[in-house]
Design a protein around this ligand. Sequence first.
Ligand code: MG
Length: 261
Amino acid sequence: MSKFNNIKGLLIDLDGVLYVGDQVIDGATQVINQLHASNMPCRFITNTSTLSLNGLQHKLAKLGFDIPSTEIISAPQAALLYLAKQPELVCRLLLAENVKQDFLRFPQSDQNVTHIVIGDIGDKWTYTLLNELFVNVMQGAKIIAIHKNRFWQTEHGLQMDIGGFISALEYATGHQAMIIGKPSTDFFKVALEDIGLQAHEVMIIGDDIDADVGGGQQAGLQGVLVRTGKYRESYVSQSGVKPDLVMNSIKDLPQVLALNR
Ligand SMILES: [Mg+2]
């Protein structure tokens, strides 16, 4: 008997679980086919904010994964699912151009907006823009941040990320932003609502001990760590998070879920 017998659905992280760069994790495509064949509800989750839903699905298809776009929830997609439930919506979008395509259904403006969605806009940040956003928030707009990362590593060295701008707006306005990407509980809530299951019925499978496993457990899910992608034993021992299970790779999943019987 598996201790995961009551699991009715899965959230599967993309990068590091199904592939690393352009390299598919051994056996991953077969596992996904097997999950679909067994009618296990799945959502494929990622914090990636530079690809539209189509772009993501395209990338997956190119790698050999047969995953419909309705099963993909990126951080911008979680923002979109959240916004779709809000009445009387006017958005201001600070997102990569191709990601904006997914938000065309919402009314948009630079003034009198109800929600500001902030993702990656590269070097477009200016005092004028920050001040406009400050005024938007003071007039009642809510900030939805795709993530709140401090910095990231580029080929040219470290680069400042959007977290500092989000913090500046929070400080100046006195209002907290809603952070929609993993490990935010809001992200997992959106995903659970989309999959239509209770937190305790769902397992998250990820390579990030904190963002995937920790964030998922915080939201009430079973957290499973894979030893692929960004997994390092030292990260796990430094983290306060204890996974419900550690698997060598996604290849072990059918056995864990007893799908082979
Ligand atoms: Mg990952």
